[in-house]
Ligand binder design. Sequence first.
Ligand SMILES: *Cc1c(COP(=O)(O)O)cnc(C)c1O
Length: 468
Amino acid sequence: MEPHEDETLRGLTEVVLGELAAGRVRRGGPLPAGGPAAVKVCVTGRVGSVLPQVGIGAEVALRELTRALVLGSADSAEAWCVGHLHCAALPVAVAADLAASALNPSMDSWDQAPAASVIEAEVVAALAALIYPEAVAPDAVITSGATESNLVAVLLARETARASGGSAVQVVCGDNAHHSVARAAWLLGLPKPITVDCPTGVLAPAEVGRALRGHRRWPVLVVATAGSTDAGLIDPLSELADVVAAHGAWLHVDAAYGGPLLFSDELRSRLAGVGAADSVAFDLHKFGWQPVAAGVLAVRDAAVLAGLAHHTEYLNADDDLAAGLPDLLGRSIRTSRRPDAFKIAVTMRALGKAGLAGLVEHCVCAAEKFAQIVDTHPRMRRRPGAVGISTVLFRPVAADELGFEEGDALVSRVRRELLAEGRAVLGRARVADSDGRIKLWLKATLLHPQTSGDDLAPLLDLVADLAG
Ligand SMILES: *Cc1c(COP(=O)(O)O)cnc(C)c1O
């Protein structure tokens, strides 16, 4: 690229940074007020046709669309934007992603990504070793997130079964498992998963044992969850691993949320047993402060990745591979692929394991503190039980005083009012109360490295006022 093009990028980057700073102040809250209709008017009124006959020029287009984007964003950098596993991206990761975009390596062949493929190999080796410190030959591949990781895990289990003459795989998971697990089975043409009820929020090993004893037709893949999306709860991985091993089944752990606890010496024991899993999904765009996408699928035995093997003349010809060019196509179900490992590498090197552990521990502590604040709030009630990683579920006492349906409707209405007023993004989760009844809860997922539990205390008063 000509040097003057780098200068163009520098100027345009300044435009973006200027708009980000100004827009965040002007928005004055975690999301735009007014709901979908108002935001649509605001964006289209500001921007006009996105495909004009004659372009308006880079700087003007970038300025006006960035302004619309920042004014209209649900901004995960805001303390009261806690609805989802939606994190603020670290500046170091964003800057690294700029370099990746500018050079645009594509991870489907070495001749499009010479250094990026080395960096990716280093990143997956480090993460595979983090997840599987005792395994002989662990490996990992980069994915677009845990949806793809879960799909590829089911695919690898199926291919492993096929290699020994099997025709299908039966997925067994808890009702706490992520929806992408059932979708993976559907996409791969496999039978519907056997779903085990989880009244406590986590998968009970005895129930899994029962399901495994009742199924003899096909090889089984059991999916455990380390950090449920709704409640942040972690299945008892060690006990599950024993049950699954006794039945010769495949164990996949969906640690999309909980995986980064492994960075922390203090917290990694919460994932004890994860190393016994055949495969593990691990996201860094949730509890790892990366821009989307930053997914990882780790496997205990690199040999199972043979299930992804695929050959095409122009990307991984046999003679090129024999001459030493690495086979990148066989490491993904995608072809063109962003170098997402690059920002992960820069972040891990910048912060180190200790730095990442500090961020993870901060969020876990902030959630514990927030849970205490909910517990002492006269008009709020927390879902009984331990805090799940950094997720706190609660509902207004006023909702408990109504019938079940009316109570849930009140919770749902309060959440939408906060959105409509641009005051806060809270999530919603339908999970069991201590009486066994499934109820609707407000969900706060604390992922911001600078937000404390106290920062969210006034939000409880606001929720209580809206609940009346
Ligand atoms: C978010 C999530 C997923 C899906 O991951 P994506 O990165 O959004 O594809 C899967 N499993 C769990 C437990 C999750 O929380």
